[in-house]
Design a protein around this ligand. Sequence first.
Ligand code: GCO
Length: 443
Amino acid sequence: MPDFPKNFIWGVATSAFQIEGAASVDGKGPSIWDDFCRIPGAIADASDGTEACDHYHRWATDLDLIADLGVDAYRFSVSWPRVQPLGSGAFNEAGFAFYERLVDGMLARGLKPYLTLNHWDLPSALQATGGWENRDTVQHFVDYACEVARRLGDRVVSICTHNEPWVIAVLGNEIGNFAPGIKSRAVMLQVAHHLLLSHGLTLTALRAQGCKSELGIVLNLAPIHAATDSAEDRAAARLSDGTGLRWYVDPLIKGCYPADVLGHVGADAPKVLPGDMEKIAQPLDFMGINYYMRSVAGAGVPWDIKSSGREITDMGWEVYPEGLTELLLRLHREYPMPPIFITENGAAFPDEVVDGRVHDVRRQAYIENHIAAVAQAMVQGVRVDGYFVWSLMDNFEWASGYAKRFGIVRVDYDTQQRTLKDSALWYRDFLRQQRVQRLALAA
Ligand code: GCO
C-alpha cells in the first residue's frame, strides 16, 4: 500500500436514524422512516428505529470507542425532526443540546466532526404536504440548514447537505422500497430536482452567513458496465449511467441535466424554474462519494451476479474494488472535480461471535482492498482527501432491518454491548502505521 498524504482524513461513518434510537424522546418529531417502519412488510425483520443502537444515550462511550480506533474524523448526521420536530417553525432545544454534546464530545477527544444534514429522515409533517416533491420543502431545508450551521458551524469541519439524493429519489419515490414508499418516475425526478436545488441554495445561504465549514454533498456512484458487448446492452448501460451518475454530477458541476436522459424521460421531466440550474451548480468544497460495488446493466434479462464468479456480500452485492479506482479516474477525466472524500465504503457479512471475538476476515479484506483501490487512483492523479468506513457499528440497515451487519464494531442488540471486530482491530493497526508514516513524512 503506498503512503497516503499526511493530512489525509481517516474516519468512520454512521447516520442518525440508523443508530440513535430515542425516536420520540425529548421532543423529537416523527420522520418518514418512523412512519415507513410501521407499514407491514416494509422492513424485512419488522423492526424499526425506536431503540436502534441507543446511541442517543450511549454517545459518550461510543465516542470513546471511535477515539480508541485512532481515526481522525467521525461522520454523523443530524436528525432534522429531532431539532425541528415539524420541519418548519419551532426548533427543539433538547435536540440541539444533544448535537452540541456530541460535537463537543468529538472535539474533546480530538475527533473532527463531519456533519450530514439529511441522511433521509425527513420530518413526517413535511411529507404530509408532499415531501421533497413539494418545492416549499426546499426553503424549509435551507432554513433548517442555516440554524444547524448557526449552532454548530463554528465547530464542525465539514457540512454535507444530502446523503445520496439518488437513493432518496429512486428508492424512496420511484421504486418505493424505502421511505416514503412512493412509486412514480415523475415524482422521483421532481424530488431529485428539489434535493439538488436545496443543496445549492443551502451552500449559498451558509456562505452568506459566514459559515466556515467545508461545504459539499455526498453521492452514491458506481461504474456501470454493460452486461455484454451488444449495442443494446451498451445503450442500456449508458442510460443507467445517465440516470444514476450524470443526472447528479452534471447539474452539480456543470449546471445542466444530461440531454440524453432528458430525452428519455420525456413528459416525466421535472419542473425546472428559470435560474434553478445556476442555483444548483454552486462551487463545492468537496464531493463525498459512497462506493459499495459496480453496477451491470443490460437490455435483456437481468444480469446474473453469480456469473462474474466474484465474492458476494450478505446484501447480495458483488465485491469489486477496482471499480472504485475506475470511477475515480473517470470523474477526474470528465469533470473539473472538487476534492473527493470516500464518505462510505464497507460490507455486510453474517458475523459470528466466537470466544468473544468476531473474525470478520472478509470485511477486513474488503476494506483493505478498497483502500488500496483509492490509493491506485491517487497515484494516477486523482485528489482524494479522506476515507470513511461504513460503518462504525452494526445498525438499522433500512429495509433490511438489523439482520445485515455493516459495522466494524459488533452490536449485541439485547444488551447494547459493543465488541470490536477483527476488522476494527485491523483498521486501528493500519491507522497506527499511517501515523508512523506521517511522522516520518513530517520529519
Ligand atoms: C448509504 C447509506 C447507509 C447504508 C449503507 C449500506 O448512504 O447508502 O448511507 O445508510 O447503510 O449504504 O447500505
